[in-house]
Design a protein around this ligand. Structure first.
Ligand code: UDP
Ligand code: MG
Length: 314
């Protein structure tokens, strides 16, 4: 049997300060696995010295280092996607360049993979060196996300993970534009094993995930994995409608049986409530159609077979 190969995928954006130190540790970690490997850097439109350093690394390590450089900044998720598109390994490992996710965990992830895990994902026990705002919003966000999503998305995980080739192949079939990799990974299922770690401080430089990028990713996470926001008006409409109907019945009973007439304006208010309820329900129905159209547009695989037995005899 030929030896299994590993692909390490690293997105980089304005990282000249950390790149070389990062390569040293990543390369050592990959060597420690004992498997042949490739390290794929995707330069996401950096305009600093990043590309110069990558050219140097590619020259010094022609067999292991591969570089793809974007024409502009397309964003972290697309940089990772490009790396996955070109990876040749039997397992793909995705890691940030800034050493916040310790590369020294890679050999352990590979062990878990060899023991049968299809996905090994990093679970953050603690986050060092990040602002209280970032920690708090991240914590809150992961909880909102998992309550909205129809599939369980593991809490407190990022994109630091190992994917078996069969999982990566499914990813390659999912060509949706707005990508939220950790959610797509959860949607696919498969045998996922967590590996716990403390998220370190950035080795150098500042975060490249601006607030704007973080908000976009957060919204992609929610809207890509749930049509619930689109259906929300329907729920409101039904609740308001029930309220209106009860009001109407109460008023009819008061007028017809007890003869205590209700003021004109109250009839108008209840009529208004019922009309609003109807409008909200109609908007909600539109939302349900839209949600279904969105699902069709994404054109994801209908199902994913993880294993099949005796099927090649057919
Ligand atoms: N990154 C990228 N494109 C971007 C922003 C970030 O490729 O538009 C890369 C960045 O170089 C790093 C990883 O994505 O390798 C995570 O970014 P960062 O460390 O700045 O995010 P944080 O850890 O602060 O959330
Ligand atoms: Mg980081």
């Amino acid at each position: 049997m030929t030896e299994k190969m590993l692909s390490l995928i690293i997105p980089v954006y304005f990282e000249e300060e950390v790149l070389l130190e990062s390569f040293r540790r990543m390369d050592a970690a990959m060597q420690a696995t004992g498997h042949p490997y490739e390290i794929i850097y995707v330069n996401d439109g950096s305009r600093d010295g990043t590309m110069k350093e990558l050219r140097q690394l590619a020259k010094e390590h022609p067999d292991t280092v591969k570089v793809y450089s974007f024409s502009r900044n397309f964003g972290h998720q697309l940089a990772v996607t490009c790396g996955m598109d070109h990876a040749k390994g039997d397992a793909l490992i995705i890691i940030d360049v800034d050493l916040q996710d310790p590369p020294e965990l890679i050999p352990k992830m590979v062990e878990l993979w060899k023991n049968g895990a299809d996905i090994v994902y990093g679970k953050r026990l603690k986050r060092k060196g990040e602002t209280v705002f970032k920690k708090l919003t991240a914590k809150l966000y992961y909880r909102i996300l998992s309550s909205m999503s129809a599939y369980p998305i593991p809490l407190d995980t990022g994109d630091f993970r190992l994917l078996d080739r069969k999982v990566a192949d499914v990813f390659l079939k999912m060509r949706e534009q707005a990508r939220f990799l950790r959610g797509m990974s959860a949607w696919m299922g498969f045998e996922a094993v967590p590996i716990e770690y403390v998220r370190e401080e950035r080795a150098a430089g500042k975060t490249k995930y601006t607030l704007k990028k973080m908000i976009k990713l957060a919204l992609d996470g929610i809207f890509n994995f749930s049509s619930k926001p689109l259906e929300l008006p329907f729920g409101f409409g039904v609740a308001l409608g029930i309220l209106g109907v009860f009001g109407l019945i109460a008023m009819i009973v008061l007028t017809a049986i007890f003869g205590t007439g209700c003021p004109q304006w109250l009839w108008a208010v209840v009529g208004g409530v019922l009309l609003h309820a109807l409008t909200l329900c109609c908007i909600g129905v539109h939302g349900m159609y839209l949600g279904r159209m969105y699902d069709e547009l994404k054109d994801r695989p209908l199902y994913i077979v993880a294993e099949s037995l005796n099927t090649d005899k057919d």
